[in-house]
Design a protein around this ligand. Structure first.
Ligand code: TYD
Ligand code: MG
Length: 447
């Protein structure tokens, strides 16, 4: 007879403990343990003998074949870019993002662009009529898009395997549940069990599956960490609530390079692809005021021109403010310290505000030199040369260092009609059809 047992499971990482604990010994989160009833089968079943183990065949790697038709395009250039050419058949992917960022809209957009592909959309968050409303907003008829509101995992698997679908979309994994478990949908156990079953469906029956996942306040995908290990591809859809652009980023990809980025813009009629993101982030750069500079950052393998704005004003507080938006605050303090020590600028008694225009978050160290130039320009109240791009990492000694992908950055600047580039000394710089000024130290700014 089955015997019930009480276990305590961490809601964050799924760690299993026989007693309640305040701090999870596995993930160090506080107050995450909850009580779960576990049904333990009793009797002989628990003991395995070697004769029970199935005989399995193995295949030589050289005999395994792959073909190009194993991938299908979404007909969305930006989506294909992040997937490295489209969905791999039988792949198991995860798309995470903040609520309301446009994950469901993006999936409908895929359906719209692939009218010949049969798609099963498991909708746990919205009713079919809500989806219909949104679909009409983006102009999707959906003859090959099938909506199912049943989110019991066996039901989902049954539907997906009995008819051939090119793509199964599960919106979202947090709403799918298994009747075998007593815990609520969205709990660690439910996510773990349901995603394991969906993974088997993808791998054994070759059903291309994409799950949408919620994210936590910190921006990680909600649920057990194992979810990200299980899937072939992890995509993040991100953007700023106050801006319309959205970035689709590959965090993990077993079929291509990770850190690839696709850019979209949320419009009245759905998501629109942005094939020239530099134009999006450079819309106000012709302003001739001090503190404005332009740099070229890399988002994955993609160069994007962005505008950096600094404002240095006399402080009215006893402790001067250092505020950065779209740029790391500590990096800003570091660059101010380098400017003070190595180039003789003094920011004492001044508030410093730094902003990356368009709401983009910049982490590429190549933006350092543009930040330093913008800060010096605002402090001295002298505008920088117009139509000029600053590229380089700034070291603690005040030196401007070389950055990777320099040629791609130059090509992007040329494409966007930039006249001049200021960067550390490079070989073969003369071949580029752009004026080039070599800089080794930030003190050469002379502002
Ligand atoms: P949604 O796809 O529901 O987000 P998620 O699934 O990530 O929670 O996105 C909804 C948001 O997108 C909502 O705030 C309205 C906006 N939106 C548009 O601006 N234009 C459109 O055409 C559509 C369909 C949505
Ligand atoms: Mg949604």
């Amino acid at each position: 007879m089955a015997k019930d047992r009480i276990r305590f499971i961490c809601g964050n990482c799924g760690h299993d403990s026989p007693k309640w604990q305040g701090v999870c010994p596995s993930c160090n989160e506080w107050n995450t343990f909850s009580e779960q009833k576990v049904v333990k089968p009793t009797g002989e079943k628990n003991r395995i003998s070697i004769t029970d183990i199935e005989k399995l065949s193995v295949t030589a790697l050289s005999d395994v074949t792959i073909s190009d038709s194993d991938r299908f395009s979404t007909n969305l250039t930006e989506f294909d870019r992040v997937l490295n050419g489209g969905f791999v058949r039988g792949s198991f992917s995860l798309l995470g993002g903040d609520p309301g960022i446009g994950k469901s809209t993006l999936m409908l957009q895929v359906a719209k662009n692939c009218p010949d592909k049969r798609i099963l959309y498991v909708a746990g968050e919205e009713s079919a009529s809500q989806i219909k409303q949104r679909a009409s907003r983006i102009g999707l008829v959906g003859e090959n898009l099938f909506i199912s509101s049943h989110t019991e995992v066996r039901n989902v698997i049954d539907k997906a395997r009995n008819t051939t679908y090119d793509l199964l979309i599960v919106d979202s994994i947090q709403t799918v549940f298994s009747d075998n478990l007593t815990s609520l949908p969205g709990s660690v156990q439910q996510i773990r069990e349901c995603s394991a079953l969906l993974q088997q469906l993808a791998k054994k029956e070759n059903v291309t599956t994409l799950m949408i996942g919620h994210v936590t306040k910190e921006g990680d995908i909600a649920g057990p960490r194992i979810l990200e290990h299980m899937v072939d591809t992890v995509l993040h859809f991100e953007g700023d609530k106050n801006h319309l652009y959205r970035l689709l980023r590959t965090v993990k990809n077993r079929f291509g390079p990770a850190q690839e980025v696709g850019v979209f813009e949320m419009k009245e009629g759905g998501l629109e692809e942005v094939t020239n993101p530099s134009a999006l982030f450079m819309s106000g750069s012709d302003l001739d005021v001090s503190g404005n500079s332009v740099t070229c950052i890399m988002e994955g393998t993609r160069p994007i021109l962005v505008e950096v704005q600094a404002l240095v004003t006399p402080s009215s507080y006893s402790t001067p403010q250092r505020t950065a938006s779209g740029f790391d605050q500590r990096r800003l303090s570091l660059l101010i310290a380098v400017l003070e020590k190595r180039a003789g600028y003094s920011f004492a008694g001044n508030d410093v505000y730094l902003n990356i225009a368009g709401g983009l978050k910049v982490t590429d160290p190549a933006a350092d030199f543009a930040v330093v130039s913008a800060l010096a320009s605002s402090l001295r109240d002298k505008p920088l040369e117009r139509n000029t791009v600053y590229v380089g990492e700034v070291g603690l000694g005040g030196e401007v260092r070389k950055v990777s992908f320099f040629e791609q950055r130059v090509r992007e600047a040329v494409k966007m009609g930039v006249r001049k580039i200021v960067a550390p000394k490079l070989k073969a710089a003369e071949n580029w059809s752009i004026e080039y000024k070599s800089t080794a130290f930030i003190s050469e700014l002379r502002l």
